[in-house]
Ligand binder design. Sequence first.
Ligand code: GLA
Length: 374
Amino acid sequence: MRVRAPGRVNLIGEHTDYNDGFVLPVAIDREIRLHAQPRADHRCLLYSETLDEQIEIDLTRLQESKGEPLSCTGWARYVAGVAVMLMRHTGRLLTGIEGVISSTLPTGSGLSSSAALEALFATLWNHLDQLQLDGWTLAQLCQQAEHEYAGVHCGIMDQAASLLAQRGSALFLDTRTLQTRHVPLPSDWLIVVADTGKPRALSGSEYNQRRAECQQAVEQLQAVLGQPIGALRDVSAEVASLYLPLLSEPSRRRARHVISENARVLAFLDALARADAHAVRHLMRASHASLRDDYEVSCAELDQMVAACLEAPGCVGVRLTGAGFGGACVALVERARLDPFLKEADAAYRAQSDYTPQFLVCESVEGASVMPQA
Ligand code: GLA
């Protein structure tokens, strides 16, 4: 059988998903594929063409270990993590497989290759062992695998995008209620991933620290308000303007980013529906500035890439995408002016940076699936 799972790019709503907020990712046509056969036993033998690396996982041992951290390293952690979560959730021992993995999804660019790998194996075993789990349950189990096996306390956005997205649209998620809406994209705008070439650094530890700082902001707000709040999602703009000045740094600025970013996602949905290029440009610019100044997850290269794209012809809007600390920006570009956009953004970035940029023009695709027999 053949299974595929896409990477994602987030249009807006950054670092909001672990604050019960709103996000708007798109699954892109850069994906990980697996060509596999079931085995008669419970071993997994997997070869990655991209890394030229073979791994072996014993599912019986994994189940017996009851999910205690194993000695898996590298990409084996994601496969083992998903297997453990599926077995814990269903109480079943999964079927062994052998297969080959190939990928067109760059790693280290903030396009969620780890979530795509998780979604790939969740989709595979859901089908092979007829687990009958729905997309949200799979996304939550994949997220748990990332927490326990990769040590990154991520939100649900990446796994949800890789599993639940639909072709031709962005996926609006309310990460508290898990409500989704498939939002069509204006047909004369293209999604361009503008990779700075600077690999993401410190993303795991800095990411977990941002998450902790948001929790501290919630606790400080509760103290000054004298009432419980569930998450930063619950803080209105009015409450924020009155009470955020009473918080200590950096919690004050972290909270200001999350609260303003949630409002920007909702405004962005309206702007998209009207294909209002002016509003989209303004909202993406404000999102980037807030991530740079208040959330402090940008870097010189991401700022240079934003500046290079904004100056180029046909750029509707641009901002850093994903966790930050390096990686890529997302730009919306007028279809008719794609070529001059690519030429000028590339030249302007190279003039400022020692890193080599890469531009990926992306289509939005459906979430992970078992592919029909060839
Ligand atoms: C990473 C995480 C997501 C999300 C983004 C930032 O991609 O995996 O859950 O928090 O960072 O928006």
